[in-house]
Design a protein around this ligand. Structure first.
Ligand code: PEP
Length: 280
């Protein structure tokens, strides 16, 4: 079969957490790390809600070269320190070049209470085969591969197979919407109906990213955020992980502010998800 190695893998354990096709983990956090204050405010709310995973973008792949590119390795020491302080076990963090893995490695070694990191490969790098091979060759960090936003599902699954075929059996596949004006006014065409398809074709846990799919925090006529409705579709379809953007002050966020939920919306987001999970 085309997905030989992906079909052999039946999930994995990382930092005391189990990632497989039955589990469900919520990675709420900042699309882009900006200030220590905002990261700390985020982590305080995560802890208060009993969450021990988050997303934190240090290396940002931007469409516009003049846009904020992320703080890169400079922010890693204090992000990892704060993670230790608030009991964060795992951070999903995008890497856009293999050298970022070494930078993360060093920062974790220097941190007092090192957390785990999942190496996120963004949609713009889904078919960056040399990056895939580099992340596939190491076994210290799991990988989260975003589906390519302009290629077929099968092409994206083949990209995931690159990670697995190089020896990294800790791979999560993430649906994040497809480029298409048909989905407008959503930023992307929501593709969460493919959660069960990916679970049928591979043994990977499947993540959904409602923030990058919907792209805004607009409110539906029933008063619920459209982003919550999209999340419900993914969770009802059997999603195993949710990557979602929050920010203490979305209007001040340096990247993707319009799609970030506010910290006091985390509670309602989680309650809504819980209903979908029970119905699954
Ligand atoms: C992200 O999750 O921060 C991101 C840039 O996502 P994507 O690669 O799906 O656009």
């Amino acid at each position: 079969g085309r997905h030989n190695d992906l079909l052999r893998h039946t999930g994995f354990h990382y930092k005391g957490l189990n990632f497989d096709q039955d589990s469900l983990h919520i990675f709420a956090g900042l699309c882009a790390v900006d200030t220590p204050k905002h990261v700390e405010e985020m982590m305080i709310v995560l802890k208060a809600n009993g969450l021990n995973c988050t997303r934190m973008g240090a290396y940002k792949p931007r469409t516009n070269p003049y846009a904020f590119q992320g703080h890169g390795k400079q922010c890693l020491p204090w992000v990892f320190d704060l993670a230790g302080k608030y009991g964060i076990k795992v951070i999903a963090m995008e890497v856009t070049h293999e050298s970022h893995m070494a930078e993360i490695d060093q920062a974790l070694k220097d941190a007092g209470h090192p957390c785990g990191v999942i190496m996120q490969i963004g949609t713009r790098n889904t078919q960056n085969f040399e990056l895939l091979k580099a992340i596939g060759k190491q076994k210290n960090y799991p990988a989260l591969l975003k589906r390519g936003f302009g290629i077929t599902l099968n092409e994206s699954l083949n990209a995931a197979e690159y990670l697995a075929s190089e020896g990294n059996s800790q791979v999560i596949f993430c649906l994040r919407g497809m480029k298409s004006d048909f989905g407008a006014p959503h930023r992307n065409m929501v593709d969460f109906a493919q959660v069960p398809t990916v679970k049928r074709l591979t043994r990977m846990p499947v993540c959904i990213d409602p923030s990058h799919s919907v792209g805004s925090r607009d409110i539906a006529p029933d008063g619920v955020l459209e982003l919550c409705h999209a999340t419900a579709q993914g969770v009802l379809a059997g999603a195993n992980m949710v990557l979602v953007d929050f920010h203490p002050k979305p209007q001040a966020a340096l990247v993707d502010g319009p799609q970030a939920l506010t910290l006091n919306e985390l509670d309602v987001f989680l309650k809504d998800m819980e209903i979908s999970r029970k119905a699954y």
